[in-house]
Design a protein around this ligand. Structure first.
Ligand code: ADP
Ligand code: MG
Length: 247
């Protein structure tokens, strides 16, 4: 058994007074890859936002313990500093801020000032690992990036920031083959280099084909209804979510 990294207990989360999560329990160990699956609109992204501390999602009861500390009340930037990273399917476009400047600023918030030379060297190496053209670093963050390029930019951020827990929300899975490959390769590199943990949120099982999954969870209507291993991903691949209801 690996050490617990994230422990969510009986989590209730509301958005604008409406309860979306009705008592979620989920534990992720260090150096593990978990997937959270389930139909659209069941609260998967809400769970991701609640863990990262997005203020629009209020925890009305239950707790989130990360790396031995109760973070339920911590603001979003404090959680990021502790090593929680969230990748969105539709990331913000930020005109006037280059991808490179954005990553450097995020990294400095975590580790303090960085020498430009060291930062550039690490950025260059990491971009090469992802087969990313260096010119992207000097483009404005996500402005005019295709879906696949945005995904690459996020995987780059994950590899640069080296969080203890990365939550990848793939919900709108409009990813082409190349982007799927980038995500799988990025996840493999992340695990290999940092031994961080992952929570991959998806409603499509395609992205999981190339990944080693330690545990799978299925969410329906704001609660987790099934927990299992990689075989659960297979089962959903074959039969869909509807089949899960009877057990
Ligand atoms: P999933 O990621 O599983 O598709 P979501 O967590 O995005 O589901 O959404 C779950 C429910 O919460 C939906 O009914 C959605 O409309 C609602 N919801 C989520 N975020 C917001 C928000 N910011 N404002 C209003 N409703 C929201
Ligand atoms: Mg979602």
């Amino acid at each position: 058994m690996s050490k617990e990294l994230l422990k969510i207990q009986d989590l209730h989360v509301s958005v604008e007074e409406k309860e979306i999560l009705h008592g979620v329990n989920l534990t992720i160990g260090q150096d593990e890859t978990h997937v959270l699956m389930g139909p659209n609109g069941t609260g998967k992204s809400t769970l991701g936002y609640a863990v990262t501390g997005n203020p629009a999602y209020s925890v009305t009861s239950g707790s989130i313990v990360f790396d031995g500390e109760d973070i339920t009340e911590l603001p979003v930037n404090e959680r990021a500093k502790k090593g929680i990273f969230l990748s969105f399917q539709n990331p913000l476009e930020v005109p006037g801020v280059t991808l490179s400047a954005f990553i450097r600023s995020a990294l400095e918030q975590k580790t303090g000032r960085l020498r430009l030379w060291d930062f550039k060297k690490k950025l260059k190496e990491t971009m090469a690992l992802l087969n990313m053209d260096e010119s992207y670093a000097e483009r404005d963050l996500n402005v005019g990036f295709s879906g696949g390029e945005k995904k690459k930019a996020e995987i780059l951020q994950m590899l640069m920031l080296e969080p203890k827990l990365a939550i990848l929300d793939e919900t709108d899975s409009g990813l082409d083959v190349d982007a799927v490959r980038t995500v799988s390769e990025g996840v493999r590199l992340f695990r290999e280099r940092t031994h961080g943990s992952l929570l991959i949120i998806t409603h499509s099982t395609r992205i999981l084909e190339a990944l080693h999954v330690d545990a799978a969870h299925v969410m329906e209507e704001g609660v987790i209804v099934r927990n299992g291993g990689a075989e659960l991903v297979e089962e959903i691949n074959e039969k869909g979510f509807g089949s899960l209801k009877e057990d």
